[in-house]
Design a protein around this ligand. Structure first.
Ligand code: AMP
Ligand code: ZN
Ligand code: ZN
Length: 409
């Protein structure tokens, strides 16, 4: 009985020591409270490109993560429209970047991807991109060369960003994202987005069926391999969810399969035309909308839609930047207008339901399933997915989370 106080003391000291060890363990553990989301866009990477080239990195991501059968873009299947849809979860009519170039009647301003003054003008960017959703909820973001990265939207910009500059080598762009992720915790982004255009460039200039496209796919895959390798060097690499996607696919085109719409439209019917070989927007003079429609109605190779009667499936009418008349080249065809140059080898911008317009969606990381083949996904749903990964509340959007939820564990 005399030994009891001593035993109690020993037990007490043991409990204190165990508690100390547990507190030390908690303090020292490397587990992050919130996972990181890294997104890489490979512009113009078509859903089936993995099948025609040697792609060890994508193959490994497919085995250990998620590969979707395709990622359907929104209409029109253009770069600016779809990068901003991926960022906002909104259809073009709701986010306002209705094409790569367009006219805004209200402000009488033009938007044009080749004019930096317009692409950096916050006026054009409606809706809320993911980095604004994150920053407004005190989650830091870093966005490299993505459409809208260099713009103040709703008073927010990413904590770290780089405006598009096609002269910056691809590897350097990846390095700058890695350097942002290496910043001390209080400056480090939980969301990082990166953009590379190599595959789109070659898809246009040489066509999606060319031998050159195979080389560009392999180059993209090796850049992806470098990216993955760099991510693995980070101390928190186990907490990174990595999504690789694209904005659209690519269809072969040729001068022989093209139609010039210019001779059908009288100059005094129109204010301006936003032309591209796959889709053109015609801004008509008042009272001339029907004349333009009637004149183009029976032209073989294109479909003509009045903005007010566009098929609801396109979600492409509720914004007057769209123009009064939409001319879309039919599958396998292309249009010309004023531009006398020979058409390139490939194009996109066509009906977004055309399978050749499908992009890619791959994902790997702690929140994604392993070796999971997802069905075709929709790029309007990626915003909601990113919000879920980042544990932030989404803004109003056009996505349906139930369609993409299957990729998560
Ligand atoms: P497109 O194939 O015509 O739809 O557009 C793709 C091209 O847009 C790329 O080759 C880039 O040169 C260019 N581009 C992509 N993102 C941006 C950006 N944020 N600002 C300016 N140009 C861009
Ligand atoms: Zn693109
Ligand atoms: Zn393109």
């Amino acid at each position: 009985m005399k030994r009891l106080p001593l035993i109690l003391l020993v037990v007490f000291l043991a409990i204190v020591a165990a508690q100390d060890a547990y507190v030390r363990h908690l303090r020292n553990r490397k587990v992050e409270p919130r996972n990181y989301t890294v997104v890489l866009s490979l512009d113009g990477f078509r859903f089936d490109y993995q099948d025609i080239a040697n792609t060890p990195t994508l193959d490994s991501i497919q085995r250990n993560g998620v590969k979707a059968a395709g990622l359907q873009p929104v209409f029109p299947s253009l770069t600016f429209t779809n990068h901003y849809t991926i960022a906002t979860g909104l259809y073009a009519e709701n986010h306002g970047i209705v094409a790569n170039s367009f006219y805004d009647r209200q402000s009488r301003k033009y938007y044009d991807i080749y004019d930096k003054k317009t692409t950096s003008d916050g006026y054009f960017y409606q809706g809320e991109p993911i980095w604004v959703t994150a920053e407004s909820q005190r989650i830091k973001s870093a966005v490299s060369m993505w459409v809208g990265a260099n713009v103040s939207i709703k008073g927010y910009q990413p904590s770290h960003w780089a405006a598009y500059d096609g002269l910056v080598p691809y590897k350097a762009r990846i390095d700058s994202v890695i350097n942002w992720l290496k910043l001390p915790y209080n400056q480090r982004p939980h969301l990082a987005m990166c953009y590379l255009e190599e595959v789109d460039n070659v898809g246009h200039s040489k066509g999606p069926d060319s031998p050159e496209i195979v080389n560009s796919i392999q180059l993209a895959d090796s850049l992806l391999g470098y990216f993955v390798g760099q991510l693995k060097t980070l101390s928190f690499s186990d907490s990174i969810n990595f999504i690789i996607l694209s904005d659209h696919g690519m269809a072969p085109i040729s001068d022989e399969k093209s139609v010039n719409i210019e001779p059908f439209i009288k100059a005094d019917w129109i204010d301006t035309v936003s032309y591209s070989p796959a889709i053109s927007l015609i801004y008509c003079k008042k009272e001339c909308v029907d004349s333009v429609c009637l004149a183009l109605k029976n032209v073989e190779g294109v479909s003509v839609m009045k903005r007010s009667d566009v098929d609801a499936a396109f979600h492409y009418s509720a914004n007057n930047r769209i123009g009064d008349v939409i001319v879309m080249a039919d599958s396998g065809m292309c249009m010309k207008y004023k531009d006398k140059r020979t058409l390139p080898g490939g194009m996109h911008g066509f009906d977004n339901r055309n399978v050749l317009m499908n992009g890619i969606f791959y994902a790997i990381g702690p929140d994604f399933k392993n070796g999971f083949a997802a069905p075709q996904l929709y790029n309007t749903d990626v915003y909601g997915l990113m919000c879920r990964l980042l544990e932030i509340a989404p803004a109003h959007n056009d996505g349906q989370f139930e369609r993409i939820e299957c990729v998560l564990k």
